[in-house]
Design a protein around this ligand. Sequence first.
Ligand SMILES: [Zn+2]
Ligand SMILES: [Zn+2]
Length: 174
Amino acid sequence: MIVDLDRLSESPEKICSEEVVSIRDVLDAERKIECLVDVTARKSGETFYFQTKLHGTLSTQCHKCLQPTDFGIDTAFEVVVQRGGTAKAGTDRAVEEDFVYLPIGEQEFSLDQHIYENLVVNIPMQIICREDCKGLCPICGANMNKDPCTCERSGDSRWDALKSLKDKLPKSQR
Ligand SMILES: [Zn+2]
Ligand SMILES: [Zn+2]
């Protein structure tokens, strides 16, 4: 989203747009986020304020059962742009705020990088389609949510290591 700085005024103005943002997820697949960008912009002299709300939908797949899954992202951030002048040491500005310096006379400012970063930090490492997703059968690959198979799974394999440890102990300590 490119904003024409010279069109902004002292009174807050709403700028909305729909963007499609491409990301690489943890599975290294390219994913699209359809995102509603809702900006309230205003200026004060040569300082410009952008309060931004993002409502995004990431189209991905469940990490357990691999079915297509949408993940909603709602987040907000603020960017302050200073045109002309240089960073002053010891400003009392909150560090969490994104603060950008632009050269004198620069007319346009792009929010794209800020939008991208604020979406990416809100995507969890593992996305599942639902809380109790049963995933895929490790033997035949059937989707256990839809059509449970009849494969013989010998209990829970996570305990195998413990079981073999137990077998090594002298009988009296079992
Ligand atoms: Zn799932
Ligand atoms: Zn199976």
